[in-house]
Design a protein around this ligand. Structure first.
Ligand code: SF4
Length: 509
């Protein structure tokens, strides 16, 4: 019988969560660096460069890879010959969920690297922030043995939002469903990443298989080299090839690499069923694995910085834009896919601020902030530490703001928006009608973006915390024109173009 101290378990979980907040898994970085080398789409190459540079900066600065520091997901395999012990040799003071949550609390409130609290209680009601990112989602399996096997992950909301499930007929094709479904997921899951696919079992088992498969290391090239031996492996190779041939590319801008790997796990199922779950992992892939054997807490060794390519961000031909003097006429000359460097005053606001502002506008009330001729950045930053102006501050998914866009453009005189991922048809039509523009920053490059922010001032709705309206003073903040003033969307033209081009390029080599 192995004795695991409650405190050892908690401090190991806390340390692992801090670790994954700033260290990408090395296999992800090695694979992304290869994708960078072979990428031919300039917009996608620029986006991958930003993700790689951001990752190295986070490695060195011990600050979060992304402003969304995720919902904590933990897989525990607890040996049947393990006993947990609380303080002074007594029983544990809390259950396993309580121990994990204490680890989460310590990690997310760590003053040296405070992480963003993103978890809201009463999800269909008041949506109140729990303030310490608890509770985690914990899956426990009791297994043979005398150890505790722990996998922790911090899953970004943008990629989790794109999780899919379907109960196919047994004669249906899994490949067909995946290829039909991935393009509907847009770019809000911040590709390049991975797809986790769970097949079989029951509905909830398929979802768990899909999520847990994302914890496996990236090894598709090794699999291609040795050849598939099972149905799941055959599917992995076929889907890796065919999903990349969709041409979606980094950040949905069109390009050669959409997924770095596809994972498939299966489980026996009922004769009448073929449950299939698909969950993407984003550019902020964050997970770590360790084993507690009773000898004390586990503190993982840092990865080797040599695996992180040293790139300098130097966007060729980028157009410099002064946000304080820019006009609608000037913005109308920007081309889809063009890289801009923004300097000047940039307003912020996301879901809750938009809901409140559009409610006020509908009641005929004056907004506390004048948006006329201004740009708004959809962002919810991490709190600053030490001498930072702001913590990591990458974009959030703009599609969620679509339903507010027409009213904001029509009633406030807003000139442009900055976010990530594509806009829907209604928002694009409003952008075209009002001669506005939508710019895209790279999801998963949050620390890099934050270095372009040199001042931050709270303007309104302070009670909304990270969702409040701030005025950022930015210098050379890199963005890409995603919807121009004529309503052309790079998220439509880019993948269409690269799907054509990729037809003649081998993926499986
Ligand atoms: S990389 Fe994108 S999807 Fe992932 S956590 Fe960051 S913003 Fe969310």
């Amino acid at each position: 019988m192995t004795v695991i101290l409650q405190e050892d378990f908690i401090s190991s979980v806390a340390a692992a969560l801090q670790y994954i907040s700033y260290y990408h898994p090395a296999d992800y970085i090695r694979s992304l660096a290869k994708a960078y080398e072979r990428e031919e789409s300039p917009a996608a190459k620029d986006a991958i460069a930003q993700i790689l540079i951001n990752s190295r900066m986070c490695f060195e600065g011990h600050r979060p890879i992304c402003q969304d520091t995720g919902i904590v997901t933990v897989f525990l395999k607890v040996g049947l010959d393990v006993r947990f012990e609380g303080p002074a040799g007594g029983s544990p003071l809390v259950d396993l969920q309580g121990m994990v949550d204490e680890g989460v609390r310590r990690a997310y409130l760590d003053p040296d690297n405070k992480l963003r609290a993103s978890i809201l209680a009463d999800p269909a009601g008041k949506r109140t922030n729990t303030k310490d990112n608890t509770p985690a989602v914990v899956s426990v399996e009791l297994v043979k043995g005398d150890k505790v096997d722990v996998t922790v992950a911090a899953k970004g909301g943008g990629s989790e939002a794109k999780a899919k499930f379907i109960m196919l007929n047994p004669s249906d094709s899994v490949v067909e469903w995946v290829l039909k479904t991935v393009p509907t997921m847009g770019a809000g899951w911040c590709p390049p990443g991975m797809l986790g696919i769970g097949i079989g079992g029951t509905a909830e088992k398929a979802m768990l298989l899909a999520k847990e498969s994302l914890m496996d290391p990236i090894d598709i090239q090794e699999l291609i080299a040795r050849g598939a031996q099972t149905t799941a492996e055959t599917l992995r190779i076929e889907l890796y090839d065919k999903v990349n041939r969709l041409g979606i590319g980094a950040q949905g801008l069109g390009g050669l690499t959409t997924v770095l790997d596809v994972k498939v796990r299966d489980y026996p199922t009922h004769a009448a069923n073929l449950p299939v779950a698909m969950i993407p992992n984003c550019a902020a892939t964050r997970h770590a694995h360790f084993v507690l054997d009773g000898s004390g807490p586990v503190y993982l060794d840092p990865p080797d910085l040599k695996d992180w390519p040293k790139l300098a961000y130097d966007p060729q031909d980028a157009r410099r834009v002064n946000l304080d003097t820019v006009t609608r006429e000037e913005a109308a000359t920007w081309k889809p896919g063009e890289v801009l460097l923004l300097t000047g005053k940039l307003l912020t606001g996301r879901d809750a601020a938009h809901k409140r502002m559009t409610d006020m506008l509908s009641r005929g009330e004056k907004l506390p902030v004048d948006f006329k001729g201004r740009f708004i950045y959809y962002v919810g930053p991490v709190d600053p530490v030490r001498d930072e102006v702001v913590g990591p501050a990458g974009p959030t998914t703009a599609t969620r703001m679509d339903k507010f866009t027409r009213q904001m453009l029509a009633e406030t005189g807003l000139l442009g928006m900055v976010g990530k991922s594509e806009r829907g048809p209604a928002a694009i039509e409003a952008i075209r009608e009002f001669g506005a523009v939508y710019l895209m920053a790279v999801g998963g490059a949050a620390y890099l973006v934050s270095k372009a922010i040199h001042g931050s001032r709270l303007l309104a709705f302070g009670d909304l915390g990270m969702e409040a309206i701030y005025e950022f003073d930015v210098r050379d903040m890199p963005v890409t024109v995603a919807v121009d003033a004529k309503g052309t969307s790079v998220h439509q033209t880019g993948p269409a173009e690269w799907q054509r081009r990729i037809a003649g390029i081998p993926i499986l080599q």
